[in-house]
Design a protein around this ligand. Sequence first.
Ligand code: NIG
Ligand code: FE
Length: 424
Amino acid sequence: MSSRYRLLVDNASQVVQICTDGEKFLTKGGMKNLSVMENASVVIGRDGLIKAVGPAEAIRLQYSEAAFDKVIDAKGMCVLPGLVDAHTHPVWAGDRVHEFAMKLAGATYMDVHRAGGGIHFTVEHTRAAGASELLRSLASRLARMLRAGTTLVECKSGYGLDLQTEVKMLDVIEQARRTQPINISSTYCGAHAVPRGKTVAEATEDILQVQLPRLKELMSAGALRVDNIDVFCEQGVFDLDATRSILQAGKDLGLNVNFHGDELHPMNSAQLGAELGALAISHLEEVTDEGIAAMATARTAAVLLPTTAYILRRLPQPRARDMLDAGVIVALGSDFNPNAYCCSMPIVMHLACVNMRMSMAEALAAATINAAYALGRSHTHGSLEVGKHGDLLVLDNSRWEHLIYQLGGHRELIRHVIIKGHLV
Ligand code: NIG
Ligand code: FE
């Protein structure tokens, strides 16, 4: 006889619910005061959705243990929503460990870029790699992310910069979406850099006239699902006008606008994002006060990436406190890429607290509900509320803050990663 429910996580010391009161994100005070229940349980149905979250006693009265496929005794442990990583570049061949040495010796990101390294180095290797090799390395990176607690991850293309390789990358992401347990939001980032030998105008023309029309065909045929469009809006890369035309064309195809802006120079990217109704802008190390105000009004999420300033050393830290005070929806991402080789959102939250002065509650909200909002998925992911996906973590500690307090070693701390009620 089949049971009526998939999973009971019983009697956890703490369940961090992250209540949203029907909103799709948290700001200001809502991020500071997360709802945490003591001695509580979570019920996940056979459809993988959350059926109940409440005091363990009350859940025991309402549900018999025999009605579950599986019961986890979570006494002395705590339960959190699965983490959401709102910004990664996980499809590539050829690492850049040699550039790490250059940066330690003082080179800037743009010095490396001009010396023929950086994105262009990775583009060369990714163009030469076969799809199966790219899928293998992507799957192993996604598995590492999952073990570190990420249950929903954004994955960008952008190391092809030509039709063939961009489609190859998006196809690899699509195959991962269909075969890997982790949830994926996929992003077309054909405007990640200007290909060698092309001007900005030529690269923009290629994206508008060749790449996007082909994506449209593949998407309508159901061969590919793409969720977001991204551009690297930066001096010497795509200027504001080129960025606007590419993002607008993506938006016309129904993609969420979610791009790199105001990273190395103030570009008025934040204002452009607000004007276009962008769901999110990443980086923002050089955002202005006007840009912050525009994002708060437009409800454009700021995806802050603490690994970037940490690794590049010469960049200012993202202005998390100014954004939080202004009511911006602040989210976090690992920025996993060959420059910032970090698969771990617990480490990202730790860096956000120490270097960007966020509180642990703010960092957790930024790495769950707000990161899900940045991907247009906060109606289904990012908090433990009835009707949402049963994606959660069980920590081998009675206090949830240990997920951020402990720097590394999270494989021992995270006892279970659960996606739609299944242990993965
Ligand atoms: O988000 N800023 C642009 N893109 C990436 C870096 C990509 C790379 O260096 O390969 C980022 O940090
Ligand atoms: Fe990036």
